[in-house]
Write a protein of this length. Sequence first.
Lengths: 211, 211
Amino acid sequence: MKKFPQRTVTRAFMYLRALDSLIEEGKAYVSSGELAAMTALTDVQIRKDISVFGKAGKPRVGYDTRRLKQLLEEYVVQNVVHVVLFGVGNLGSAILRYPGFQEDKIKMVAAFDSDPNKVDKAINGISIYSLDKAKLLIQKKHVEIGVIAVPKQASQQIADLLVSCGIQGIVNFSPTTITVPKGIFVKNIDLAVEFLSLFWDMNAKKAPRYA
Amino acid sequence: MKKFPQRTVTRAFMYLRALDSLIEEGKAYVSSGELAAMTALTDVQIRKDISVFGKAGKPRVGYDTRRLKQLLEEYVVQNVVHVVLFGVGNLGSAILRYPGFQEDKIKMVAAFDSDPNKVDKAINGISIYSLDKAKLLIQKKHVEIGVIAVPKQASQQIADLLVSCGIQGIVNFSPTTITVPKGIFVKNIDLAVEFLSLFWDMNAKKAPRYA
DNA sequence: ATTTAATCGTGAATTTTTTAACAATTAAAT
DNA sequence: ATTTAATTGTTAAAAAATTCACGATTAAAT
Ligand SMILES: NC(=O)c1ccc[n+]([C@@H]2O[C@H](COP(=O)([O-])OP(=O)(O)OC[C@H]3O[C@@H](n4cnc5c(N)ncnc54)[C@H](O)[C@@H]3O)[C@@H](O)[C@H]2O)c1
Ligand SMILES: NC(=O)c1ccc[n+]([C@@H]2O[C@H](COP(=O)([O-])OP(=O)(O)OC[C@H]3O[C@@H](n4cnc5c(N)ncnc54)[C@H](O)[C@@H]3O)[C@@H](O)[C@H]2O)c1
């Protein structure tokens, strides 16, 4: 797999999201300037990024939205990724209902909860199982990513479980640090941190920037 | 306000989160190496970052957890930030119940929903109002940040409303691009993007890295 | 057919960020 | 009291990312 600049890849996902909006509203071409306005980046940055993947634009008209989407996805979106969720509470059930997953790229395979009242049901077509089913299911379905949405007291325990099932990536919503062996990738999503860092950016009066 | 390297500030919030865990478990000192293991960064990076704010460590023992927390907060956490939420559905109510806000730093002031069945109630002590109350409340309580947790068809409309109320920062959970005037800061949180970019990182076999 | 204006694509310059190297400091061991 | 080992803090070097400057290309206008 060719190596692209780290930040370019991150931004590629922003472009893809913007392109989805544009395609949905029927726009056939978009210029780097328009994309810049949508993403709060600069037009130069965008052209440079795109050029890393190939030539996709036509001078004077801009980029074909569908073609650009295809180009970015070709390099940046891998095969379908399989995901499981732990903790079907307030947040967990909201996530199971999230309409943003495109089935051909992200497959939510199953959910798990320790509460017997929650298991053997389904939300949005996704079945909820007890924890003892986790290992078998994760391995059988080749699940790559686990989501932690349990109370923070339980999150390390679930992290350990995920690791023992052979999962390589974790998205952790609980507001606490989890410890995992080297080689496992963790992405923490903490609303408190989002607020504080956004507020910092606002006060630092930097050029606006999506993230 | 002194200017710190952008990335150092971002990481400072990660350090604060790790420090909270350490303090909670009663640890008085922590070395850059231990922090590195917790955050999947390197010890050098951490020392470099901290040195930007001041000298906070003692050779041979490391950093006093409480003191380091205080130092980072002094520079990186501003006054209390006031937040409102739009859309008290599955996700919105989970957010209102989020226990990770420290009242002295983040104040969730109010929530708004267009559904009459949801207004005039409260979740976790936070009152839910109809949309027409938004402007007055936001201005009276000096709200700086608005959260968008409405269905994606409504999110641009809410973004416009937030802007018209004078809000400077938006956290957008809806999986679509919103357009705002220059000078307004937007942070998008899109689970689909998180999965795809985490999966990219995993496959790119980069050194593990929290984010 | 020629000119004009918009836009892309890119090599070079600049800025920012990370990494490396190592001196200074301190606690503990002897 | 001296030595040893661990750890910080800083300066310099290297790497990565961004911005700049501008030529090339194309569609539209004349
Ligand atoms: N990042 C964010 O923005 C954000 C927002 C809201 C909540 N959160 C966090 O997400 C987590 C869940 O929040 P919530 O409001 O949904 O909580 P909740 O109490 O509603 O749900 C927790 C669920 O986890 C289950 N559970 C408990 N222990 C378990 C275990 N050991 N194994 C499996 N399942 C277990 C419970 O049965 C329950 O269904 C919390 O850590 C919360 O702090 C994060
Ligand atoms: N980022 C994520 O991880 C994530 C996860 C889940 C959901 N989401 C997104 O969050 C949003 C909300 O999801 P949900 O599952 O809570 O949806 P939901 O349908 O349960 O809730 C939406 C709420 O918004 C209210 N609403 C609708 N139109 C409104 C308007 N114009 N003004 C004010 N309120 C309005 C509805 O009354 C409802 O209470 C969606 O856009 C969804 O895609 C994001």
